[in-house]
Design a binder for this molecule. Structure first.
Ligand SMILES: Nc1ncnc2c1ncn2[C@@H]1O[C@H](COP(=O)(O)OP(=O)(O)O)[C@@H](O)[C@H]1O
Ligand SMILES: [Mg+2]
Length: 263
């Protein structure tokens, strides 16, 4: 097993007790950003907890706050109020260095745009973030991950030499390479045609199930949301529906109660 730095080790997520615990919890979270016209309340009183291994779809109209919510969970954005805990790390108040390490090694992220580095081969695109996360055998691991997404024969190709579907496979291999406990996808098929998109989705579900990782998928595709264990619906910066379990045990053993949809 390749090693990550000890300081990156989050809460254990392989023990039976941990399997019942929440791997993500948001408690009275809001996000307010400044704009030219003054402050904008982008997310309002968001509460939910995700259990290890769950697959969660986040749906809602454009502008409802789905990507902003994901930015909070991946540590790209800090909550204005409330607490966000992901894989044992409280992101609220964590310094930039800690958040950067969280993004590098604890969570995997696949976006609509592939965000590959054009001057690097597929292999380098996957291996370089692993090297940054101080994984010892970065190139071996990267080759293994590219094989897992069906790109063993394309490792030395540059992004411009790959189709959209192949580029997204590279991005998926890069996201999964650090063996994150959570995979986040933000409209990962948005730039792909229907058939290619479905193949990517199959791969995302298949690989995250094999690795027993938690999957959080932002999508406006109802068919895709239906494949998830649970669907969280957003509108105007709030959660308006959540089909998931209403209770989850937080890392400190306390119970978070999701009151969404209840009086
Ligand atoms: N940096 C920002 N500054 C101000 N407003 C923003 C910023 N980022 C997003 N927004 C606004 O926040 C709202 C939610 O955006 P977003 O999270 O991207 O929604 P979605 O992903 O559901 O389409 C939108 O009204 C958007 O215009
Ligand atoms: Mg979005």
């Amino acid at each position: 097993m390749p090693e990550t730095t000890p300081s990156d080790a989050g809460a254990p997520h392989s023990s039976p007790a941990a399997a019942r615990q929440s791997v993500i919890s948001l408690d009275h979270v809001s996000l307010t950003l400044e704009s030219g016209a003054g402050p904008v309340n982008i997310l309002k009183d968001i509460n939910f907890a995700v259990t290890t291994g769950e697959t969660v779809g986040i749906v809602g109209p454009s502008g409802s706050g789905k990507s902003s919510l994901m930015s909070l969970m991946t540590g790209l954005e800090q909550a204005t109020t409330g607490d966000v805990t992901v894989d044992g790390l409280s992101l609220t108040g964590a310094d930039e260095d800690r958040l950067a390490r969280h993004r590098l090694s604890r969570v995997g992220i696949v976006m609509q745009a592939f965000h590959l580095i054009p001057t690097m081969t597929a292999l380098e695109n996957v291996a370089v973030p692993l090297e940054l996360a101080r994984v010892n055998d970065a190139f071996d691991r990267a080759a293994h991950e590219l094989d897992a997404v069906g790109l063993a024969h394309r490792m030395d190709h540059y992004p411009a030499q790959l189709s959209g579907g192949e580029q997204q496979r590279v991005a998926l291999a890069r996201a999964l390479a650090p063996e994150p406990s959570i995979l986040f996808g933000d409209e990962p098929t948005g730039n792909l045609d229907g058939q290619t998109g479905r193949a990517i989705i199959d791969l995302i579900f298949d690989l995250s199930a094999k690795r027993q990782s938690t999957l959080v998928l932002v999508t406006h595709d109802p068919a895709l949301a239906d494949r998830c264990d649970r669907v969280i619906s957003m509108a105007d910066g709030r959660i308006i529906d959540d089909t998931g379990d209403t209770r989850a045990v937080a890392d400190d053993g306390s119970t978070l109660l999701n009151k969404v949809g209840r009086p």
